[in-house]
Every structure is written in C-alpha cells, then in structure tokens.
Design a protein around this ligand. Structure first.
Ligand code: FES
Length: 501
C-alpha cells in the first residue's frame, strides 16, 4: 500500500480542513422518525437497573480476583486472571462509555463514580476522553475530525491482531498521560478540549501516574508481580474483550457520511455478551439516540429497525463482513462496503449520499453550524426535523404558544419565524419554562432531549441545563441557555418573548 493512498487521520492535518470545506463538520445527521411520547419513555433512567448491573460486574471482578489470589502461584491463577482482566480492561469499557454519557444511572453522582473508576481501569484520562467522545459523536468517522477512529485505512491483518493485545498502545497511553501530568498537552488533545478544562486533565494524569507508580513500586519492593497484575496490567492483558466488541462498531464501514446507518453497525448478540457489552451491540441506535440508556436499546431497536439496515445476524457474521471489507481496503483503501439495504426515507436514496442527508420530512439539513465545539455558539437555526408547534397569534404583545394541556415532564418545540424555542412543563408541577430551542453547545433541539425535574438534557451529547436559571449543569454544555417569561391565560400559554435575566 503506497503512502500516497493513505489519508491523514490526525486532527490538525489537511483532512481536517477538507472536512470543514465539505460540510462534514458539526453537521446535521440522519435521524429516523419516532413518536415523541415513545422516545420519551425510552429515555427514562433507572438507578436500580444500572446498580444491579454494576454490582454484578464488580462482584464478578472481585470473585475472579479472589480466585486468582487463592490459586497463586499455581497455573490455575492464569485462567482466573484472564477472566479478571477481561472484566477489568474489557467489560470496563462499556461501563465507562454509558456512565460517560450519563445515561446508565439517573443519579449524576453514580454515573461520575463509575465513569472515573472505569476510566482508570482503561487508562483513559477522564477529561480527555469525555471531550474526545463528544467529538466522536459530533463527527463520527469523519477523517481529520474523529479522534476515535480505531482502524485508519488501510489496516493490515497484522495491525488488527496487534490491536487485541495493545502492547504498544497502552505504553503510548501511559507516556501521553505522563506528558499531560507534566503539563505538556499534545496538539490533538488541545484541538478538542476547552482551555479551561486542561487544568483538570493535568491533575487527573498526575493521580493516574501516582497510582501506577505506587503499584509498580509495591511489586518491586515485595518482589512479586501481583500488585501490577491487579492494577495496571489488566488494561493490557484484558483489552482483547474491549477490542472484540469495539471492532464491530464501525470497522470496515464508510467514512465521511452523515448517516450512522452507513458508518455504524448493529449486531445481534447473546445475553452474556450483551451484559458484558452493556447492549452497545445496538450501536446504530446508540449513535442516533445517545440519550437512550443501554437497557432500553433493544426496545428502541424494535421501534426504529424498519428504517435501518438489517442488523448483522451474529458476531460471527459481523466479523466475516469486517475482515472481508478490510481485505479489500488493504488493496484499495477507497473501497466501501455497499449498503443497498439501507431504507430510503421519502424516496431519497442514501447510497451515494456523501455529504447531504435528508431528515424525516425530506428537508435538506446540511447547513453549516458555526460552533467551536467548546461551548461557544452560533446563531439560531430553524431546522424542520420533527413535530413543531408554530407560534400563533399575538395579542397585547403576547405570543400564543399553544394550549396549556401539555403533559407533565415533557418538552415542546415552538418555531416562530427563523427562531426556535423549547417549552418545558416540569414534573409534578404547573410550572412552564420557555428557553431557546437549540442547545448552546451545538445545534441540537432541546425539545427532543430528556426532561428530568427542572433539568433538560440535550439529545446530542447529553449536556444539561437547569431550567430555573438556564445555567449549564453538565458538560459539554458550558454556556447558559436564554430563558423567556411565560404565563398561562385562558388555557393558553403566552409569552412576550423577552429574555429573562
Ligand atoms: Fe452538545 Fe447539546 S449539542 S450538548
């Protein structure tokens, strides 16, 4: 494979500028239609369900750690450590992922605790990877933009095998952590992490280095590998399970498309694999609806599958497809797996649709967005993507926003001219809040997000806002939401659309 045919996957190279030019950056992506009440039900979080799964995972981890301890130094310790490592460096990945999105538990604190624990297990600096994953969801498999493209084309068969035992990747990650601990932030990280988050990154890196150094020193002083076999090394010897799952997500599929049905893969897996992988085998659904928690993904799949490409029938079938694509891409890096089975919406065909996509209503949704990815925003946009209430008549300077019979705990999108708003009715209360309709981090419609108490969660990257003040309460949202006064008159919700301070 010649160097000339290799693309530049760095985030600061020529491909990055090209992606911007082609309208692939922070663009609007395909989203299948779904009834809003049904989506609302699927988005609900369940502390109990997530706690049961987390406790079972940790209990298994401790049980196999204990078995390894008891069996040491006999050969029986090898299989026990193998399972311990797979649970630590493999199953830890999907826990990291779900809690990073903040969707596993309803409680923010519980999500954060598990996120930090799993981040350490995978040797991922929490702040760096939180922002990296935001970028992955914004520009999924867009070359020059997505920092989480695992297999840059062309990937050699040896390269794939090497990924299963990351003997070079983990030392690289350790070296990167050490550099960040010393305050030397690399250019890729600086590309997607806001400047005011860099201090946190340095401190997290220092804690990681201290723990790894402590375990290593303990091993040396006690002259036994046991401490590092429990802390640190499982990230390497258990990584095979993480790679086994991760490979199915996007490998071999298309680059530079604005349709997750073309660059992501859903695979049917058995219940044991789905437990270890937290249902991330429903990967297309997760990318399109990242506010839906992992335990609701099978139901979401049933709801939208008629709009998606058929799922891979099994993990084996997925791997056959991946290796066949990689073999062809090794010869010709521009080879794309055909996806003739992706259903079209309103007669629009997606097959050769590289830059443009069409939403459920057939509207062109590719207009550029001037978001800097770090919280600075943008002008308002109106995008016809879903159910909309158009603001009605004006009386005495007050605009009619519709009937006040909205169900509690729901949000409604309101469009007026080129402006879009979101009207929220919080749970167990008569209170209404009117805010800007688009998230301050990007251009997602907040009315499609999750309303929990007085907090609205953005449907795109799970950023949150307190409706009573407009203040952001969860990253990546960093700028406040504009609010407007609303009142109820004669059963109608009305507003003068003046900003509330
Ligand atoms: Fe990113 Fe809303 S668009 S958090």
């Amino acid at each position: 494979m010649s160097e000339a045919s290799r693309r530049d996957y760095s985030l600061t190279g020529a491909e990055s500028a090209l992606a911007v030019e082609r309208g692939l950056v922070e663009a609007e992506w395909f989203r299948p239609p779904i009834e809003s009440q049904r989506l609302h039900a699927l988005q609900q979080r369940n502390n109990h369900r997530a706690a049961v799964d987390t406790i079972l995972w940790l209990a298994l981890l401790m049980a196999f750690g204990y078995l390894a301890w008891m069996a040491w130094p006999s050969w029986w310790a090898v299989p026990a450590f193998a399972v311990y490592g797979a649970l630590y460096g493999g199953a830890g990945d999907s826990r990291w992922h779900e809690c990073g999105h903040g969707t596993a538990f309803r409680s923010k604190r519980l999500n954060d605790i598990v996120y930090y624990l799993a981040s350490f297990m995978l040797l991922r600096q929490p702040t760096l990877w939180r922002w990296s994953h935001v970028r992955h969801h914004t520009d999924t498999i867009i070359v020059g933009r997505d920092p989480e493209i695992v297999f840059p084309r062309p990937t050699s068969p040896l390269g794939v095998i090497a990924t299963f035992v990351p003997l070079s990747k983990v030392p690289q990650a350790l070296w990167r952590t050490a550099k960040h601990a010393a305050g030397r932030i690399d250019t890729d990280a600086a590309d997607f992490i806001p400047v005011d988050e860099l201090g946190k990154l340095k401190w997290e890196s220092r804690v990681y280095i201290a723990i790894i150094a402590g375990a290593s020193a303990w091993s040396l002083l006690a002259w036994t590998p046991l401490p590092v076999l429990y802390i640190g090394l499982p990230t390497i010897y258990g990584a095979w399970l993480m790679v086994f799952f991760a490979l199915t997500q996007h490998a071999g599929l298309r680059e530079d498309v604005l349709d997750h049905r073309l660059n992501s893969r859903t695979v049917y897996m058995n219940p044991i694999l789905r437990f270890l992988y937290s249902n991330m085998n429903y990967h297309v659904e997760h990318h399109i609806f990242p506010t839906v928690p992992y335990y609701a993904l099978p139901a979401l799949h049933d709801e939208v599958k008629k709009h998606l490409a058929p799922a891979s029938r099994s993990t084996f079938a997925a791997y056959r497809e991946i290796f066949s694509a990689m073999r062809k891409q090794w010869q010709d890096s521009s080879f794309d797996l055909p996806r003739p089975d992706v259903p079209s919406i309103n007669g629009k065909v997606n097959k050769d649709d590289v830059v443009k996509n069409d939403d459920a209503n057939g509207a062109d949704v590719t207009s550029a967005c001037a978001n800097d990815g770090g919280g600075g925003v943008t002008s308002r946009h109106r995008i016809d993507t879903g159910v909309t209430v158009w603001a009605g008549d004006t009386h005495d300077g007050m605009v009619d926003l519709g009937a006040a019979d909205m169900p509690m705990g729901t949000s409604r999108r309101i469009d007026r001219g080129d402006n879009t708003y979101a009207l929220h009715r919080v749970n167990d209360s008569q209170e209404f809040y009117l805010t800007d309709g688009l998230c301050t981090h990007g251009r997602a419609h907040l009315a499609e997000g999750v309303l929990d108490g007085c907090v609205i969660e953005c449907p795109k990257h799970n950023g949150c806002f307190d409706l009573s003040s407009g203040a952001p309460t969860r990253l990546p949202a960093t700028a406040s939401l504009t609010r407007y006064e609303v009142t109820v008159r004669n059963g109608r919700i009305v507003s003068d659309l003046e900003e509330t301070r």
